[in-house]
Design a protein around this ligand. Structure first.
Ligand code: SIN
Length: 274
């Protein structure tokens, strides 16, 4: 197995592995290590059936079903992320960490490209360890005891209008959820600290109004997504991205009008952030 870093701060491509086959214990440990070290890892030229995609994912933990988006009837473990040529909108076109409105946000997701546009449709990731590490000591002290309220209202507030322009469909029966997480999270495997707030799902600091919270939250969002904290992946059919959702945000770029893009996403169950 060969590892090629995409940037000096985040992202690595793994070459020389066929993930449609079960991984040996040694290779699995190396892939896990690579994910922890690089926050997001990529594979190219993979040919996966739905069952093989599910089997690959299960080697990293239990699969969790999307609480808000429709999944495949035949394979509820898989959430299709699709843009038809006639769609104007997509999901994920803002910097976000997946499902932080849940008590146990995902460990990560494995996104597999089944059809890609001839150009465009890249995805960006940013490194939230680096976002934390590059804050001043005074700001780190200010954030140390803060907790933030996260909610899914951004998604569920306008389901019908959102479903009208997108092929990745929101479920219509989802209730509103609110949870509280630390603003600075300690990653349970690396024990490193990272920022854990994101624009669509973080509502306010606990005990403060949204208006009081937004100036500092907006600073943290801008700071996190500085270009030097990011990598950008150019998809091909058969590419896979596997991101650690505990220490990253990602952003899907909607820049391929008139073309089709079909991805299959499987999400791995996470733990309560601490
Ligand atoms: C997502 O936010 O999971 C979608 C990412 C993508 O479509 O590239």
């Amino acid at each position: 197995m060969e590892i090629r870093k995409l940037t000096g701060t985040i992202g690595a491509e793994i070459l020389g592995i066929d993930v449609s086959k079960p991984l040996s214990a040694a290779v699995l440990a190396d892939v896990r290590r690579c994910l922890l070290d690089n926050c997001v890892i990529f594979f190219r030229d993979q040919a996966l059936s739905k069952e093989e995609h599910i089997a690959f994912a299960r080697q990293f933990g239990a699969i969790s079903s999307s609480p808000v988006y429709k999944t495949l009837d035949s394979h509820p473990e898989i959430m299709p992320v699709v843009k038809e040529p006639t769609d104007s909108d997509i999901i994920g076109d803002t910097w976000h960490t997946d499902e932080t409105y849940q008590p146990t946000p995902p460990l990560g997701s494995i996104l597999y490209a089944r059809e890609v546009p001839p150009v465009g449709g890249d995805t960006l990731w940013c490194n939230l360890y680096r976002a934390y590490d590059t804050l001043s000591d005074a700001m780190k002290r200010q954030l140390a005891t803060l907790r933030a309220v996260h909610t899914n209202e951004f998604l569920t507030g306008n389901t019908q209008a959102r479903n009208a322009t997108r092929s990745t469909k929101l479920l219509e029966t989802v209730g509103v959820s609110h949870v509280v997480h630390p603003v600075v999270r300690t990653h349970e495997e690396t024990e490193r600290k990272c920022l854990f707030v994101n624009r669509p799902f973080t509502y306010a600091f606990e005990g403060m109004t949204r208006e009081e919270s937004l100036p500092l939250l907006n600073f943290l969002y801008e700071h996190s997504a500085k270009p030097e904290n990011t990598c950008r992946f150019r998809w091909q059919k058969g590419s896979i991205a596997f991101w650690d959702n505990r220490c990253t945000m990602h952003y899907a770029i909607n820049d391929y009008p008139g073309f089709r893009r079909e991805m299959h996403r499987i999400t791995i169950q996470g733990a309560v952030p601490r």
